[in-house]
Design a protein around this ligand. Sequence first.
Ligand code: NAP
Length: 280
Amino acid sequence: MSATVLSGKELTAAIRAETTAKAAELTAAGTPPKLAVVVATADESSAWYVRSIAKAATKVGITCDIVDLGPAASDMDIRHKLASLSVDESVHGVILQTPLPDGVNAQDVALSIALEKDIDGANPLSLGRLAAGLPAFAPATAEAVVRILDHHQIELTGRHVAVVGRSTVVGKPAAHLLLEKNATVTVCHSRTKDLAAVTSAADVVVAAVGRAGLVTAEHVAPGAVVVDVGTNPTDDGGLVGDVDAASVAEKAGALTPVPGGVGPVTTALLLQHTVQAAAR
Ligand code: NAP
């Protein structure tokens, strides 16, 4: 058996097309959508990611300002910048790029992002609203997990989903979004005893761990659906997921690819959230 590939490409293209149309409409109506990405690191892979967001934004008609505060920025510098962007009427979406300088806590400073501009759900209050079932922007990666399953018509109601990872960026918000879809959700982490026993009892496994190939065939039930959120760089400049795709594809029913799965949907959703914020 070889698992069906749950590609993110078609969904990405559809979200981009909708966003492009909405951005053009907003611009014509005098509200050109703008995204600001606050950076406080010299990290090369972060710089690459930010450039890729800026490029994708330009393509759909969103202006993207990269606000580089430098790696020596203090907690106060970052808070002030996020607060001033939050009241700047020309800016509709604000992203706080990580990593941050040593000693700066991402969740503490993200409290300075206005909720209506928090298009990547970085403010802990956005996560709180999500957990309470109230309207809020979800972190784009977590939303991408649910959107890709929806797009491929994977039923979630009443099904058991095991999410591996409990970060506030992916695992926890994904668990809340999956609950909203009426799934029965188990959240696993580094202290989970016998991970394989838990995940192999699930209909759907979401891997958001940050360890290349951690989820192997022994972790999945025959025919299960597997969503690979992982983006682990390889020595040769490539990208691999948190799922050992070779062994899992022989046992699972369906699997998202890396690259070409959750990643591009995530970027498309960040831009969609920006036009949604501008439209309010
Ligand atoms: P993170 O903050 O490092 O969290 C990793 C989670 O995995 C933690 O909850 C940790 O448990 C758990 N974990 C670590 N080792 C484990 C093990 N052996 N067994 C079970 N659980 C284990 O990472 P993240 O930010 O959530 O990111 C997860 C992955 O998604 C990474 O590969 C990242 O690159 C990728 N990602 C992709 C996108 C995208 O756009 N595609 C965006 C963001 C992140 P504890 O809580 O107990 O430590």
